[in-house]
Design a protein around this ligand. Sequence first.
Ligand code: DX5
Ligand code: ZN
Length: 219
Amino acid sequence: MKNTLIAPSVLAADFANLQRDIEMINQSEADWFHIDIMDGVFVPNISFGMPVLDAINKHAKKIIDVHLMIVDPDRYISTFKKLGANVLTVHYEACTHLHRTLQAIKAEGMKAGVAINPHTNINLLEDVIQDIDLVCIMSVNPGFGGQSFIENTYNKVKKLKQLIAEKNAPTLIEIDGGVTSKNAKQLVDAGADVLVAGSFVFNSENPIETIKNLKEITK
Ligand code: DX5
Ligand code: ZN
């Protein structure tokens, strides 16, 4: 039996009732809070920034998984540590010196994650996989919640799983974008360890039940 980690994406929460939605995640069977930070440069959208994460951190009682969709993320590594990030994920496509960035994240005492866009090949991680705590495979083009899942993701998960096994790396595989109860089981069977779900959770009638159900079907 597998313990797949479920990480609701706060991007899909009701920002006028943020505390209520944070408490909902606290009380649910969810494992992590997934926090999407977008700068309007790396992705064509701006989400929210430091004051909002600070507010979330005051109420969140679970692991905070921060997904940075920003250029030059090195500038803010220590800031995100102070704001409560436990896992800090940067984009492969946004880092000129990825190895150095990963070491800087770890030096702050956080888990280091690398997200890859749908067009980015798994092979590009080969020489750095030992240093990555989590690879976030984007199953949509980053920038917006509520997009449809890209089917090629399953192949990428299998390929990454194989690379991790070959290198005996400690890396977790996270899937982000368009995750629903329809694709969750197949993703886990392919090798996924963490599933991010935004609109599927928050747009459902009973988010607590939806999270419980995602846990159940991915065991
Ligand atoms: C997309 C974000 C995702 C997004 C997922 O750029 O990284 O985390 O919130 O939302 P859904 O689950 O609605 O695709
Ligand atoms: Zn994300």
